[in-house]
Each structure stands twice: as C-alpha cells, then as structure tokens.
Design a protein. Structure first.
Length: 346
C-alpha cells in the first residue's frame, strides 16, 4: 500500500495496491470496501495482517472532523476533512423504513444561489468519485457498528443534495453512480441526483444506463423570480430546464421531483404557487417544499407558518402532489454547507 485510500482507486484496479499478493486478495478487499464496509482495516478479517496493516490509517480518504447527532439520534451529520483541507459534509437521516444519506459532490459550489450557504462560499474543488462513494461506505460502516434504533442498519437511499452541484462535476458523479449501483449493488431507484438545472448534464444523465431519480431545484416559476435566486437561470432559463426534465422523464420513466426552498417575500406568493402547480402538472412531478434555513450571509428569512400553509394550499388547489419537508437537524446546522460555514467563522 502507498498510503493512498483504496477508495481513491477504481474498484477494478485494487490489485495495483497489493503488489505481489494473489489476485483473489483484491476481490476480498473490494468486498470489504463496497459490500461490507467496516470502519477500520483491522475488521477485514479474511485479509492477512500484512495487508490490513499496510492499509492502516489510510482506509478512508478523509478524517472525521465533526460527528454530531440530533433528533434523538435519528439524524447524524459528519464533516469529513480531506488531506488537502477540503471539507466534505454528509448527513444521515433515519426513518422507520429507510436510512437516507445526503452526500456532497463538490467542495463548495460555483452556482451562487443567493440563499445557500455553500453557494455563498464559492467553489473550492471537485470531489473525486472515490470521495463521494466513501461518504456512503463510511455511513454504512458506521451504521453497522452503531445502528439507529428502529431504522434500517444500512444506507437504503442516497441523495446528492449536500454541498455542490453534481451535474457540474459530471464525469466523477457518473463514476460514483457506477460504483454505487454496479459495484456496491445499490438499486438505481434508491438514488436521487439533485440539480439546480445544468441542462447539458440533465440530458447526459437521461442517456446513462441507470434510472436514478432526478430532483430539479426550481425555486422560481418564472424567469424573473428564478433568476433573482438562481444565477444559473440566466444561462439555462426555466423553459430549457423544464424541457430537459421532460426528456429525462420520457427516457427513464422516473417521476421528477421539484425542490422549492420557500423564502419570505421572494417566492412564497399564491401566484408563484399557481404557476408552480402548472409546471408540476406538466411534468407530472412531485413538489418538495423546503422551509428556508437562514444563512448568516443573507438577509433572507423563512416564510411564516401562515404563509407556508397558504402556499401549500394553493399548490393542492392547483392539483399538485406536494410535501412540506420536515426540517431535520437544525441544531447541528444540517442544511447544505452550514456546518462548514460555522467552522470557518468560529
Ligand atoms: N446543487 C444541487 C444539490 C445541492 S443543494 C441543487 O441545488 O439542487 C440541495 C438542496 O438544498 C437544493 O434544493 C437547495 O435549494 C437546498 N438548499 C440550499 N440552501 C438552503 C437553505 N439555506 N435552506 C433550505 N434549503 C436549501
Ligand atoms: Fe450550489 Fe445547490 Fe447551493 Fe445552488 S443550492 S449554490 S446549486 S449547492
């Protein structure tokens, strides 16, 4: 071993780390990394001590800098730190029949959505495929040792909704999907890629072999409203995003979901709700309304509970299938980019 995390090596090339060891050792190692992840190399019981020792502390491509739990242990947030100082956040949410992990796809984000802590910080670098897959493997290894009461003891769902815009890191995200689905054996139906509307990436994803769910972060139901919140709308306007979403649906048969962060006075009017309902009907999409998590660098505030109710009612009247997202882990800054922000400003 070279001190390089085996997660940073393609699963088919693991033999290159093992020198003169027989080929079946690489298969055994691959099983430990992808099928039965463990927290430490010591636990890879069928590998000789020499190999376990040589992996040693380099098993993970990052250190665990922060590990916090909330909601009575049902929500867990990790801040991982890569050797170059890059911060990688992941949030685990346990429910009675699923355990969902929200992973990061970039360090920071260049898209600059006004209300988003990650966007406010700008872009640092792309995450490698192995750094994305290792977030999932770490959560699986953790759950195996520390299960959440009443929840599945493995990650059943992965959502690319942490820091970063996955479709602005297309090749590496694609490779992470390949490893999660083809190598680790997750079902494509248990994976959701969330995009702010990178149209070329949406069209490419429609041509990939995996029918993953696509979530489109809309936040505005006309170009003027959307451009104020999502600068990328000037490059890929609403109609282009909706057409790409339709193509995705036609190609994969997977229901699109629309994400809508509800912001006081910015996108919470009945008028916006009615237009959103029209869009949702056209795409046959489900709408997830997310109450704004306030960020220190923006004056935006969440909508009042009355307005939130009014908005949801207007969606229902418009015939839309809509859910108000439960806010998880607020006391541990579980929203996108917020833990890193807190660490950086302390
Ligand atoms: N870049 C991708 C995925 C990461 S952001 C995207 O934008 O879809 C994941 C979700 O978190 C997005 O729907 C985004 O709108 C939401 N989000 C970002 N900042 C938020 C905040 N401060 N409060 C509530 N939701 C937020
Ligand atoms: Fe990037 Fe998504 Fe945040 Fe927008 S909401 S800045 S696309 S991470």
């Amino acid at each position: 071993m070279t001190g390089v995390s085996p997660y940073l090596v393609p699963p088919e090339d693991l033999a290159s780390l093992l020198g003169a060891e027989p080929a079946f050792r690489a298969s055994q190692l691959r099983e430990w990394l992808y099928q039965h992840p463990v927290l430490t190399a010591d636990e890879m019981t069928n590998l000789p001590a020499g190999i376990r020792d040589s992996i040693g502390d380099a098993l993970w491509p990052f250190d665990v800098e922060v590990d916090q739990s909330a909601d009575g242990g049902r929500t867990r947030k990790w801040l991982f730190r890569a050797p170059d100082g890059a911060a990688i956040e992941a949030v685990l949410m346990g429910y009675p029949r699923r355990t969902t992990l929200c992973i990061s796809s970039q360090v920071g984000c260049a898209m600059g959505c006004t209300f988003c802590a990650t966007g406010q910080f700008g872009f640092d670098r792309q995450l490698e495929a192995g750094e994305m897959v290792a977030q999932v493997a770490y959560a699986n290894a953790f759950l195996r040792r520390f299960p959440i009461d009443g929840c599945p003891e493995r990650v059943t769902n992965v959502v690319y909704m942490g820091m970063g815009e996955p479709l602005a890191n297309y090749e590496r995200v694609r490779e992470s999907l390949r490893r999660l689905i083809d190598v680790a054996g997750m079902s494509a139906r248990s994976v959701t890629v969330s995009t702010v509307g990178v149209v070329p990436g949406m069209l490419r994803l429609a041509d990939e072999p995996w029918p993953v769910y696509l979530a489109v972060s809309l936040h505005g139901a006309d170009d003027e409203t959307r451009s104020r919140l999502v600068p990328l709308n000037d490059r890929y306007p609403l109609e282009a995003v909706l057409t790409a979403a339709e193509k995705y649906f036609a190609s994969k048969g997977r229901r699109i979901s629309i994400e809508w962060t509800l912001i006081d006075g910015a996108n919470d009017s009945d008028h916006q709700a009615r237009r959103l309902a029209d869009i949702a009907r056209r795409l046959r999409a489900h709408v997830n309304v997310i109450p704004l998590n306030p960020t220190p660098l923006s004056a935006d505030e969440p909508s009042s509970s009355d307005r939130t109710r009014g908005f949801m009612e207007a969606l229902l009247v418009g015939g839309t299938n809509a859910t108000l997202r439960e806010t998880r882990g607020q006391e541990i800054d579980a929203a996108c980019g917020q833990l890193r922000l807190r660490r950086a400003t302390e």
